[in-house]
Design a binder for this molecule. Sequence first.
Ligand code: AMP
Length: 281
Amino acid sequence: MKIIYKRSDIKDKVKALKANGLTIGFVPTMGALHQGHLSLIKEAKLQNDIVVCSIFVNPIQFNNQQDLEKYPIDYESDLKKLENLDCDLVFMPDVEEMYPEPPTQKYDFGFLDKVMEGKFRPGHFNGVATVVHKFFDIIEPDKAYFGEKDFQQLTIIKRLVKDYNIPVEIVPCPIVRESDGLAMSSRNLRLTKEQRIQAPYIYQTLLKAKENYKKFSVIELKNWIKEEINKNSFMKLEYVEIVDMQTLHSVNNYNDIKNLIICIVVFLGEIRLIDNIKLFY
Ligand code: AMP
């Protein structure tokens, strides 16, 4: 496994590999790697000759300075995990390397970046799109892997590659959960012992909603989820939306649309956890 810090070095390295006819799979991460990230690496290993993983805590996608400052970092452990999976290249630029000048790009994804995360985290998706676009430009992967845990992000990245004609296939990967159902997240490390015990209640509530949705209208189901979450004294719901998986438009009834997803964000203290569940009918 080779660790590379400079844009020009990773570009040259990948170019040489591609010239030899090898295919490149790319997995962008912000480090503090867990089994969710590693599932993306494993999938990329299966589908490509060479796997590139980036570790870069992208400051411009944080709308909350405290969240950025407290973001967990453990490069040593990350590199060990990647080595164990036989990841080929790790790209670890610093902020100066990625943004020698303050970035000025402005993306507009129409409705897709105005709702849910876009609404509650202003500027977040512009930061995500900026860094992912740069990575695609530098690495030119054949395929890139994104987790369905960040479902809206995945939708926006698919739109980014369409809008800018970027020749990369976006591969969605399912959510990896702890054995108690909590969606794996680097932020879980920041939960207190008691918060960690309570946290699986988010997924339990989503599961119950999915099991029982036919008993409720869409509005009633949303309200039921809201009430269930807020019943838990450790939790505060930020939002819950039931949306069309393609357009992210909220629906008012279950008719017409085949693929719905319930997206939720819950605070436990100051820790913001995101999750979702697909609701097919
Ligand atoms: P992050 O390091 O949080 O930016 O995440 C890097 C990638 O890993 C993103 O595509 C995430 O959606 C994905 N990811 C994070 N957690 C999980 C999980 N529990 N299951 C599947 N993918 C995940």
